[in-house]
Write a protein that binds this ligand. Structure first.
Ligand SMILES: [Zn+2]
Length: 299
């Protein structure tokens, strides 16, 4: 038995190292009793989810200004300090926020990091929250981080998660029912390619003016193609992002006779909506209403 001792110790040490690698210490330092969890988020998608899931138990700071465009934002030195002091940092992905890796490098030892896209199904469209299954998984990952940091409020976070999951499954049912029989299944979006996951899930087709990252595909050539497509397919309504200048969609509407309806990407919201604390569910219900009106689906 004795001669096996070094081997046993070696195995124990290896097991301990393996266990430590699975559970990094930085995720396991809870906040002091009675203190709020300091959550820093990249933009509005994680902001609204954390607000809804944490209620008053978290102080949430958002790096991106409410009505700024997430793909091309540049973080300030102040953002780096904010992230260094965070208990939890939530962002979507390097594709949606190419600036996140700079911010991440300044995250403190005790900062738990949630990268939302890690919990999403593989897709060509990085707007992963436009899929309700993904959003539920992201919500669970956020709650997992909140519970690690603030275990004394576990019951509250879990009950908020349950309510959120219920809201999302009702939304999914409303989309299935509301978009089941429409006169058209063609969504023409005079904006960037942010609704690929949503349209795919409910058997709609999507043509967008620009790519998924605002990367300069918003060309005159593409606009001409889109106008031709609208005319040829007798598209009755086009969609636009509320936070984009209305000039372009108005011009397309004038040229084609199509009416213009809003779609909400959730990644950036108007100042009014931000001040009101508009939720993910509210924005997705507005999207359903717009799609039903624009595609001629009975309400
Ligand atoms: Zn986008």
């Amino acid at each position: 038995m004795k001669k096996h001792l070094p081997a046993v110790l070696f195995l124990l040490a290896a097991a301990l190292l393996w266990w430590l690698s699975l559970s990094p210490r930085r995720h396991q330092v809870p906040v002091a009793e009675g203190e709020k969890v300091r959550v820093v988020v990249s933009g509005y998608v994680p902001y609204t989810l954390v607000k809804q899931l944490a209620g008053d138990q978290a102080e949430v700071a958002m790096l991106l200004p409410a009505n700024a465009e997430p793909h091309s934002f540049e973080p300030t030195p102040g953002s780096l300090v904010t992230v260094r002091n965070a208990d939890v940092f939530v962002y979507v992905s390097d594709q949606i926020e190419p600036w996140a890796k700079d911010v991440l490098s300044s995250a403190g030892e005790k900062t738990a990091v949630v990268q939302a896209a890690q919990y999403a199904a593989p897709s060509d469209d990085p707007h992963v929250w436009m899929d309700f299954d993904n959003t539920q998984k992201i919500a669970r990952a956020i709650v997992f981080a909140l519970v690690q940091k603030d275990p004394s409020n576990r019951a509250l976070y879990e009950s908020n998660l349950k309510a959120f999951e219920q809201e999302i499954s009702e939304l999914d049912q409303a989309y299935k029912k509301g978009l089941a029989s429409c006169q058209s299944r063609q969504v023409v979006h005079v904006g960037h390619f942010a609704f690929g996951n949503l349209t795919k899930n409910y058997d709609l087709s999507l043509s967008a003016l620009a790519g998924s990252s605002h990367d300069g595909e918003n060309s005159v050539k593409r606009l001409t193609e889109l106008i031709k497509f609208i005319k040829e397919n007798q598209i009755q309504a086009i969609f636009t992002e509320e936070t984009l200048s209305p000039r372009l969609s108005a011009a397309v509407a004038e040229e084609t006779g199509a009416k213009v309806l809003p779609l909400y990407t959730v990644e950036h919201v108007s100042k009014d909506d931000f001040d009101r604390g508009v939720t993910y569910g509210e924005l997705m219900r507005r999207n359903l209403e717009s799609l039903q009106r624009g595609l001629g689906c009975p309400a």
